[in-house]
Each structure stands twice: as C-alpha cells, then as structure tokens.
Design a protein around this ligand. Structure first.
Ligand SMILES: Nc1ncnc2c1ncn2[C@@H]1O[C@H](COP(=O)(O)OP(=O)(O)OP(=O)(O)O)[C@@H](O)[C@H]1O
Ligand SMILES: [Mg+2]
Length: 457
C-alpha cells in the first residue's frame, strides 16, 4: 500500500483546530481527536494485529444547537481523508425502507477517487503541460498565419529547428501569445445518459457501471476549433491529463483510502430511533433503516462502481439530540457498534458570550464584514455583547432551548434595521456603535412578545 499523506495532526493539534470554531465541548473534541489519530497509529502497525484493530465508533449526544453538526463540518475540513456526512433521517424518505443506506459508502469512495485523482493530476501537471505546449507549437508551425516576430526556418529535412520550437515554448509559457489563435482538435463527444433501465430496479452501483460502459463504447467525437492560445491551454490540459491518468491505480488507491481512512458522520441518528415508551407501536420504517445500517457499521462488503469495499475499518461517528427518543431506543446491535458515548454540554451564558466573539466565524465578525462591505464600521461594546448573550440565554429558558442558534435570531433582530438603512441613511465612513442600552431597547419587544411564533424558529 502506498504511503499516504496522512493527516498527522496530533490529538492536541486536532483539538486546537476545532477550538478555533467550537466553544467548549471538550470531551467530544478529545474523543474525536483520539479516534482520528488512531487511524494513523493503526497504519504504523506492521504486525498481524493490525487487521484486528478496528475503529471505536463514536455516538455524540447533546441538545439542539450545542455544536454536534458544527464539529462534523469542521472535521471535514481538517481530515485529509475521505469524509462524508449524511443525515440518517434522509434514509427514511426513500420510497421503500432504507433502500439506499449503502449510498453513504459509495459517496465515500467517490470522494476518495476525487481526492486521489487530484493528487495524481497535480503530479502529472508539468508533464501534461509540456505535451500541451507541443501540440500548440505543432499547430503554430503548420499554420500559415503565423505570428510575426518569429521567422520560420526549416533545416534540410524540412523540419523547423529546435530553436524555433523553444522560442515558441518560451512565449507560450510566459503567456505572451495568449491572444493568438490556433487551430486545435478537441474532444466533443457528449456524455451518454443511460437513463433508467429496468424500471428503476437496478441499483446505483450497477447503474454506474453501465453508464461507464456506454461511455467507453461510444466513438469519440472530435472537432477542429480555432481558439485563443489561453483557451487552448485549458482545453488541451484537461484532455492530456485524462490521457495520462492511471485510472486503475486511482481506483485501487481510492478504495484503499476509503476502506482504511474513511470516515462517515451520521447526523440526526435519533430520528431513526423508535420511541416505544409513549405507547406508540414501533415504527417499522425507522427500524428498517437501522437494520440496513447495521451490516454497514458492523463491517460488510459494499459494491461500488469502482469495485467492492469492506466497511470493517471505516470510522463511524453518529450524533443526535435524542429529545424524544433515547439512545437505548436504537436496536441493541446498533448501539453496540458505537462503544464510545460522548455527551455534549448544554451551553452556558458565558459560552454564548464567547461564541459571539471568539470563533473565527463568530457572528460579530460576520456582521462586521457585512457592514465593512458598505464601508461602515460596526463596533460592539463589551457589555452589549454580554447583554446579547444574557438575552439569548433567557429566551432559550423561557421559550424553547435551541442552543446557540438563538444567537442568530437575536443578532439579526438587533441589526436588521441597520442592514436596511445602509447605504441610504447610514453612509460610508460612518460608525455604528452597539451599546448595552441599544441591545435592551431593540430586544425588548422580543423578550416581551416571546409568544410570537416568528421568533421560536
Ligand atoms: N459550541 C459551539 N461553539 C460555537 N458555535 C456553536 C456551538 N454550538 C453551536 N454553535 C452555533 O450554532 C449553530 C448550530 O449548531 P449545530 O448545527 O452544531 O447544532 P447541533 O448540535 O447539530 O443541533 P441539532 O441537534 O439541532 O442538529 C452552529 O452553526 C454554530 O454557529
Ligand atoms: Mg445538527
């Protein structure tokens, strides 16, 4: 197996990255960090025991709006491994019970293929570009309307001397001839859409195979086109890269990466748990999805259009609020496959305060940027932020706890009028200062009319 450019961040470094966006939730961050580092650790193992080291899947439990999905979103950016995030509830929507649960594994492989392809393309870029230049040079030399400045001389054999080719190459590479037109041959065969065969009974993996087969069978169509060299470079580069790519090697490595480094984040898993406590009969469709999920999480082979993949070593992280149902409402076998339980903390007033200010994408920073677009300076006084956090917190207590999402509501209510008034009434170079008083005034009605559905979200 190829030595991967694995994510070698240490657990502490992973937590540091997550800290840039997510306030609190220490235990969730730490567990995720360990699980990630364990992927790398396992790859270092040289003995037979390697095959037995399977990932410890994680179940994250925490109220609405405390950062579960946010952790997944940030994780996706950190891991240099195939990563997909799916919503478990989506699978119940499929016509008949959980038919499509395997699609998450196919998506993972698809991601891995894109990833490996990008890496290979990067490696082959120079080589492909040289070939592109040669094609353009050939076109230029055989063209009667040659650009001025380069006189074509031929040697005895009739071929232009190397020096001419190199002169062209230099100019093309420097972009000096970008506007000059050349005649090139480009591939114009349209992609073939196979359409649904067999009335939709055929599964996605097989469908992909057929699609590819058709594409390969169709004769390649190409046309000669006169385009600017800048355009020719782009068109030809794609063609040449495709020719150079070793698709077999890509498939093999992608399957490998997906199988040994892949991660699948199953969000909203509580939505497929059956709440049997309230006297309702067990929901057949939800349980069906769980049953379909089981072999995948447990480890089984899934067919993809790139080949079969075993899910034994894929890391699964599931998350859910479990408001209505409990983790114990999941079928026991599935519970058993998520041995690590982490509970996310409810957010405090102080957390709200920090969430407003600290993350790299903090709301106050987002609004600052929006105001800046109109060249208006937006300043939050410290006690105004505190007031915002307090108000959001008490609204959560009084109406419904929607976690940090409440901050979005509160901020937009506070700032909407300013956003409307720019740039007509509030003009460039002005400053808007948000004080504690202003927060109280603007949010007063929100606090008073807390029954208003509008704000319940
Ligand atoms: N701990 C946190 N730190 C920073 N921002 C947070 C935190 N928790 C929530 N947020 C903010 O609130 C928004 C909603 O959070 P998120 O989507 O993670 O909720 P969730 O826990 O997945 O809730 P649900 O169970 O409803 O899906 C995020 O986009 C983020 O802006
Ligand atoms: Mg969520």
């Amino acid at each position: 197996m190829k030595q991967y450019d694995l994510n070698t961040l240490t657990p502490q470094e992973i937590v540091n990255e997550l800290d840039k966006y997510i306030i609190g939730q220490k235990s969730a961050k730490r567990n995720v960090a360990i699980a990630l580092r364990n992927r790398w650790r396992r790859m270092q193992v040289k003995t037979m025991i390697k095959a037995d080291i399977t990932p410890n899947n994680i179940l994250m439990i925490g109220a609405t709006g405390v950062g579960k999905s946010e952790i997944a979103r940030r994780l996706a950016k950190i891991v240099k491994a195939p990563f997909v995030k799916v919503e478990a509830s989506k699978f119940t929507e499929v016509g008949y019970v959980g038919r499509d649960v395997e699609s998450m594994v196919r998506d993972l492989v698809e991601q891995a293929v894109t990833m490996v392809k990008t890496i290979q393309e990067e490696e082959l870029k120079d080589k492909a570009m040289k070939r592109v230049e040669n094609i353009i040079i050939d076109a230029l030399i055989s063209d009667k309307n040659q650009p001025t400045g380069l006189v074509q001389v031929t040697d005895v054999s009739g071929a232009p001397p190397e020096s001419l080719r190199e002169a062209y190459r230099k100019k093309i590479r420097a972009g000096e001839m970008d506007d000059h037109k050349v005649k090139i041959t480009v591939d114009t065969s349209p992609p073939v859409e196979v359409g649904m065969i067999g009335g939709g009974i055929i599964d996605e993996a097989a469908f992909g195979n057929i699609q590819e087969m058709f594409n390969n069978m169709m004769p390649k169509k190409s046309t000669k086109k006169r385009v600017a060299i800048s355009e020719a470079k782009k068109l030809l580069l794609t063609d040449e890269l495709t020719k150079l790519l070793d698709m077999d090697a890509i498939k093999e490595e992608a399957l490998d990466r997906a199988a040994y480094l892949g991660m699948i984040f199953i969000d909203e898993i509580d939505k497929i748990a059956c709440n049997t406590h309230k006297g309702s009969s067990p929901d057949v469709s939800r349980e069906g999805v769980q049953r379909d999920l089981l072999p995948i999480v447990e480890g089984s082979n899934v067919n993809t259009k790139y080949g079969a993949i075993s899910t034994d070593h894929i890391l699964f992280i599931a998350a859910g609020a479990f408001h209505v149902s409990k983790p114990s409402d999941l079928i026991p076998e599935l519970q058993g496959r998520f041995p690590i339980r982490v509970e996310l903390d409810n957010l405090t007033k102080e957390d709200f305060h920090r969430i407003l200010k600290e993350p790299q994408n903090a709301l106050t920073k987002q609004y600052n940027a929006l105001f800046e677009a109109e060249q208006v300076r937006l300043v939050f006084e410290e006690d105004a932020i505190e007031e915002l956090a307090n108000t959001a917190f008490s609204l959560n207590e009084q109406i419904e706890n929607i976690g940090a999402r409440r901050l979005h509501t509160v901020m937009s209510h506070l700032l909407n009028e300013f956003l409307f008034d720019m740039p007509d009434k509030i003009k460039a170079n002005e400053t808007v200062t948000i004080t504690k008083r202003l927060v109280q005034e603007r949010l007063e009605e929100l606090v008073k009319n807390k029954e208003l559905n509008e704000y319940i979200l």
